[in-house]
Design a protein around this ligand. Structure first.
Ligand SMILES: C[S@@+](CC[C@H](N)C(=O)[O-])C[C@H]1O[C@@H](n2cnc3c(N)ncnc32)[C@H](O)[C@@H]1O
Length: 228
């Protein structure tokens, strides 16, 4: 059951890199744990994603209580997106960020990218239902987001730890950025922020900003480093 995975693990006192927590933040952390992984079975530094059914994950990803700790509006404000920006939400899932991004860039475009066909189907339907003609979802590959157009910002929320060959992957993301483009990574689990910085440096990025307003996740923004 998607909605219970994180809570069961939290009852054991922390797993998948999720810290122990007192009752006050237990609910938020349980949801964050579910966001991080639907399975913790693999001892590698990435987690094979299993998000086959979009509808099953809606109560977790789109839980209104998530707003308290995920702070989506603050995250989007921090990205300083012009209204005509082209944004890729990679690992967009059911569209928690994608729909908000689409509203934030009314003259731009949001590309939702996911490897799960059902997430792609669900988000395209959601865009239609919520009258967001500037949002469309696409299928990406595990090793390549296959972005159909260059983007100003590529954002990854709870996705970094699902990507196996990250240097190769982020080199492809780098090639898909417009001039002045950026990559935002929000995550919490298994892979510490210092490792993300090192890996992104190997993929040709440098840290542009590090935000600290999210209580349970790091929020790093990178830009392409100048080529030697
Ligand atoms: C924990 S969910 C996060 C969903 C969404 N970003 C959110 O914050 O609600 C991770 C999502 O990333 C997708 N995913 C995992 N690996 C991916 C990859 N290599 N490329 C694109 N999507 C991926 C999964 O299918 C899943 O929908």
């Amino acid at each position: 059951m998607p909605g219970t995975v994180g809570m069961m693990h939290m009852a054991g006192g922390g797993i998948c890199g999720v810290p122990r927590a007192g009752p006050r933040r237990l609910a938020a952390l349980a949801l964050a744990a579910a966001l991080a992984a639907s399975t913790c079975a693999r001892p590698a530094d990435y987690i094979v994603p299993r998000y086959e059914s979009a509808e099953a994950w809606v109560p977790v990803f789109d839980d209104p209580a998530r707003d308290d700790w995920q702070k989506p509006d603050e995250v989007i404000r921090a990205l300083l997106l012009p209204p005509d920006a082209v944004v890729a939400d990679i690992g967009s899932g059911t569209g928690y960020f994608a729909v908000r991004l689409a509203r934030a860039v009314p003259r731009g475009r949001v590309l939702g990218v996911d490897i799960e066909p059902d997430m792609v189907r669900y988000l395209n339907k959601r865009a239609e239902r919520e009258s967001l003609p500037n949002l469309a979802s696409y299928r990406g590959d595990a090793d390549d987001p296959r972005l159909p157009t260059p983007v100003d910002v590529a954002i990854f929320v709870g996705v970094y730890h699902h990507i196996a060959r990250r240097e190769q992957y982020f080199r492809r993301v780098r090639a898909a950025l417009k001039r002045g483009g950026r990559v935002a990574i929000i995550d919490a689990f298994r892979i510490p922020p210092e490792q993300v910085k090192q890996e992104l440096a190997r993929a040709g990025f440098e840290l542009a900003q590090e935000h600290s307003f999210l209580p349970d996740q790091y929020f790093l923004v990178f830009r392409p480093a100048a080529l030697n």
